[in-house]
Design a protein around this ligand. Sequence first.
Ligand code: MTE
Ligand code: HPA
Ligand code: MOS
Length: 766
Amino acid sequence: MDGTTTLSRTGAGAALRHDSALKHCTGEARYADDIPDVPGTLHGALVLSTVPHGRLTALRTEAARAMPGVVAVLGPRDIPGENDVAPAVKGEPLFAETLVEFAGQPLALVLAATRDQALRAAAAVTAEVEALEPVLSIERALELGQNVIAPQVIRRGDAAAAIAQAPRRLSAEFRAGGQEHFYLEGQIALATPGEGGDMTVVSSTQHPSEVQHLVARVLGCDFNRVTVTCRRMGGGFGGKESNASWVAAAAALGARVTGRPVKLRLSRRADMIATGKRHPFLYRWTAGFDETGRILGLEALLAADGGWSTDLSGGVVFRAITHALGPCDVPALTLTAQAVKTNTVSHTAFRGFGGPQGALLIEDVVHRVAAAAGLPPEQVRARNFAGVGGNGEDTPYGQKLEGDLIARVWAEAKRDSEWDRRRAEIAAFNAAHPTLRRGLGSMVLAFGISFGIQHLNQAGALVHVYSDGSIRLNHGGTEMGQGLFIKIAQVVCDVFGVDLDRIAITATSTAEVPNTAPTAASTGSDLNGWAAHNAAVAIRGRMAEVAAAKWGIAPEAVVFADNRAWAERAGANRWFDFGELAKLCFLERVSLSATGHYRTPDIHWDPKAMRGHPFFYFSYGAAVAEVVVDTLTGEHRCLRADLLQDCGRSLNPAVDRGQIEGAFVQGMGWLTCEELWWDAHGRLRTVGPSTYKIPGSRDVPPVMNLRLLEGAPARVETIFRSKAVGEPPLLLATSVWNALKDAIGTPALDLPATPERVLMALRNRG
Ligand code: MTE
Ligand code: HPA
Ligand code: MOS
């Protein structure tokens, strides 16, 4: 990698358990809410709008102010800086001023001595709103032409002509629902005012730098006044990429105005009502194809429900449109993707970030074309594969899907799952059973790795070696359960040739590593891994010089392994214990601290032309799922899943396996049982686990075979040739949707495929 080979039993590639696994289980792991309150701490509760659209004429707070324990009720006029917490495109007020744009919009913050007092007082605040007509569906917003992100279009060739000239044509419309993140730990921030206008914020956030920026914007101060830390989140899944920032800004506002520490922890209900979710999508397409199932032309609209504001919808739409062909090639196409504006909560990042929604398009096309052509969908998909061995490597946006991994992952998944044998078995079962129907479905994924927004593809790290040889590691990435911290620690172990127990993993802090990107787009270990590597290599180089000078050899001849620095080729057994050498460096007055920085090379994007090379590389995977459906009730379960995921040379196979299992089950929840339901007044009525059903342990397929693709390291220079894993395997759950279509005998199945929708699809099939 960089000349010297290093050795550590706990380095890159070791299948170690999550560094906090035991702490998570015993309760020792500290989350924001576990930090004991400082005397005088106030607790916040939000006042939320109950109407989806209207003019706010008055907010009645007198009753609330008079209630026990209440210290303040803060609204837009109490903000010393800007009333704007938009992460991307300005115009997203922290508290509504004159216009209410969704039911659940924050109107004010109540501060009281206890959380219960704050919640009771918040309920006593009343808003006077002159109602305006709300827009509550994607269709209505399309009719009105109102968008938060204007249509982005990718064109290749003449799609209309290709469709017209194709032997056969097909059109369809379908939809996919959104998804609540349902992180175990809800949104929370604790803001503590310091002297001279300083503000320290503990935030459960994927993006400490953005929390810093938005706190500063709301307070009207420089970034250097605000310090944001996060030791860990109890899950983020994209829900704490932008939404954590406004929660923290509200807490910091309270702390600024009262001069006291303020903790704001949203109730599950408030969290579900007021924070963004995965974008629901509506799809309309027309395809031309031939008798072999080759798709010759495609025109498609992907309309995301952006909700009331832009938030991160630009990036989500970009990822949807660049992933709309999945692993396939279509020679002539016009893809249009946009995010419409509705009077619902502003939809946001969620694992996959529009990629999963994009990939549903091609899966729908493939399955309906297959049904029309009387071919198996797997044959139609493979007929249209991109890549070497398929129809060529070019994507319609200019980047290549290099190599033959698409064909390879599918061939291996088909073999692993004993596809042919089970097809026959399932046919026999279905023939014999009067009401139960089994089905087999598959999925092949190609997921682009890098932030769609160029400048986010960078990271920083700060490494200290102390004079006893212990190491303190800090970087800009955040830990949300995905195992980032241990992966980066393993990278540092590898560089120094030391064991993990020498390394202190520390909380993310804007004071230690500034100007960071969110931990998102699955890039956490790619970016921070290199940054930490670069910092550690800088220190190791200085340590090598000190040792080399002692031994009279070249610094390059010093090897770091087995917790020692060795003079290799020197013949005699010359070595320093790592701590001994650190001490020596200190005595020689050599710095043992370094920052490291990394920026992803070779990526570019032209948003006008909608062309470029936006992804450093692609992550590949394939899956086969088997389901059984009760045709009398529509109920179904996934009986077996065979998952194959390309992790390159995995930094930590144990952690990666956990990511793949979790992503698959989370994706299955999105596609089969999690349903967000807004009533006719635009109020979300699925506001807790009793009405919003996430998958439980019994929904995990009883047979779940999982394999990391072997012998396919990254083609580009990723950290230790590993590949990102956080989001891509969520798409593998699409195999469950496809299996359900197979079981019920129709490709027309809207999402989420709840028992009700499965019954409707069965009835429509006739
Ligand atoms: N895994 C756990 N346990 N908890 C999470 O919140 N978030 C996912 C994924 N895996 C998440 C998770 C999302 S949305 C992303 S983008 C990646 O982790 C981010 O981390 P990484 O870049 O370090 O993979
Ligand atoms: N994924 C997640 N978050 C993001 C992205 C992305 O591609 N781009 C900007 N924020
Ligand atoms: Mo993940 S949706 O990129 O936070």
